[in-house]
Design a protein around this ligand. Structure first.
Ligand SMILES: [Zn+2]
Length: 426
């Protein structure tokens, strides 16, 4: 990744001179214009040259020239224009541009404690194959995880009727603390050991470039590329699964932090000297609302002791059934978790002022977690003097959305390379 380092700028050797932020050289924060043209067309589905020029505020001549290069590289194709087909004076239908879907394919994989999911998408971002792989609810060694991911990839390729060489890259979403630029899992609840070079090991096995990120980040990418966040500049995604995850989009971009390990909402403290979290510290939000927190309480209050065959999932379902059946202890467990979640969400709103907070993940089936009383509590804990509170959206999308988000990690990277003009058409 080509990151701008302020230290590279010699002018800083005389800090007493000048003022104002030290910005990267012009243009390096935005993608090159050729990629902007491509991204613009992909985000609209199809668009005419003149509309691209108007939208990007550049001359039609430059757009025509960049589009010719993208057509020659096999990344775009000409299609009929949007709307009713009128003919021009010369009798030709108006021509729009669209992404050439078969220009390339990438795979996305979400690695999880119970089921790994995967999807292959084409260059227009449309899914062409999917697969799942069930696994034991265990923390595992990286060798086994690499085996499982590769098996899943093979299943997807079989379903798509493709060979591995048809893929350009693989994106992987992994729970835990992930150093995305270096592809290293600093810590993951599904992996034994610390500082594991997941991208490098997966890439060596798969024979493909691999990009790894925290799973909440890939889910946020899915919201940004396909979901309710497509047109929003600033929004937050909060996920509840085995742990509590968060992704933040600022100015239409995923924000990861200086070392790419930010947004650990689950480990923000909601109680001094509180409940023990699996990170080893006390009072983390996650220690009150995640699966293992609910299961811990369930085993005490309901005498639901985990036997050898019970997974966390089975325990949770049992707890949820009892709550629905009117068991007051079971209800109080969800209610308490919901109140802590309200504290966490209010903190997110107070800190970031997002347009929308999207609550996502399979646990959103447990509607106690976002009942009106939870949202009321969240609003009560948010500073509200004249402030506009964000919308809260509940999104119980299935696991494949995470995989699709992981695929966008790979698709973004491949798009950047290919629109830079380094590689010929597939
Ligand atoms: Zn913690």
């Amino acid at each position: 990744m080509n990151r701008f380092q302020p230290d590279d700028v010699p002018v800083l050797s005389r800090p007493e001179e000048g003022c104002g932020p030290i910005l990267p050289p012009h243009g390096s924060t935005a993608p090159p214009m050729r990629q902007q043209v491509f991204d613009c067309i992909r985000s609209r589905g199809r668009m005419s040259r003149i509309d691209v020029a108007k939208y990007l505020g550049v001359s039609p001549a430059s757009v025509t020239s960049l589009v010719s290069e993208l057509l020659a590289a096999g990344l775009l194709t000409e299609v009929a224009g949007p709307g009713p087909q009128k003919t021009t004076n010369r009798g030709r239908p108006p021509v729009a541009l669209s992404v050439r879907a078969e220009a390339g394919y990438v795979a996305g994989i979400k690695l999880s404690d119970l089921v790994h999911t995967g999807v292959i998408v084409d260059f227009a971002g449309r899914p062409v194959a999917e697969a799942r792989l069930s696994r034991p609810d265990l923390r595992t060694d990286i060798d086994l995880l690499v085996d499982e991911a590769d098996t899943l990839l093979e299943r997807m390729l079989v379903e798509a009727g493709m060979t591995r060489s048809a893929l350009s890259a693989v994106g992987i979403g992994l729970p835990g603390i992930v150093d995305h630029p270096n592809g290293v899992a600093l810590w993951s609840p599904i992996l034994r050991g610390l500082g594991i070079p997941v991208a490098q090991l997966m890439s060596a096995r798969m024979g493909l470039p691999v990009h790894v990120d925290n799973d909440a980040n890939v889910l946020t990418m899915a919201e940004l590329w396909y979901g309710g966040g497509r047109s929003l500049a600033d929004f937050a995604v909060v996920t509840l699964e085995f742990g509590v995850g968060m992704g933040l989009v600022m100015n239409h971009k995923l924000w990861r932090g200086a070392h790419s390990v930010g947004m650990e909402l689950g480990h923000t403290k909601v109680q001094l000297d509180g409940a023990l979290c699996r990170c080893g510290q006390r009072g983390c939000l996650e220690a009150y609302v995640s699966d293992y927190a609910l299961v811990r309480e369930a085993s005490v209050a309901l005498n639901l002791h985990r036997n050898r065959t019970d997974t966390t999932q089975v325990m949770l379902e049992n707890l949820f059934d009892q709550a629905k059946a009117g068991n007051e202890a079971a209800r109080s467990i969800f209610r308490r978790a919901g109140r802590y979640l309200a504290v966490g969400l209010a903190n997110v709103i107070n800190l970031f002022d997002p347009t929308r907070v999207i609550l996502s993940g399979a646990r959103m089936r447990y509607d106690y977690l976002y009942a009106e009383e939870v949202l009321r509590e969240m609003r009560a804990l948010t500073l509200n003097m004249g402030r506009t509170l964000p919308e809260v959206e509940i999104n119980a999308w299935g696991d494949l959305v995470w995989a699709r988000g992981a695929a966008t990690l790979a698709l973004s990277a491949v798009t950047e390379e290919r629109t830079a003009g380094g590689e010929a058409a597939a």
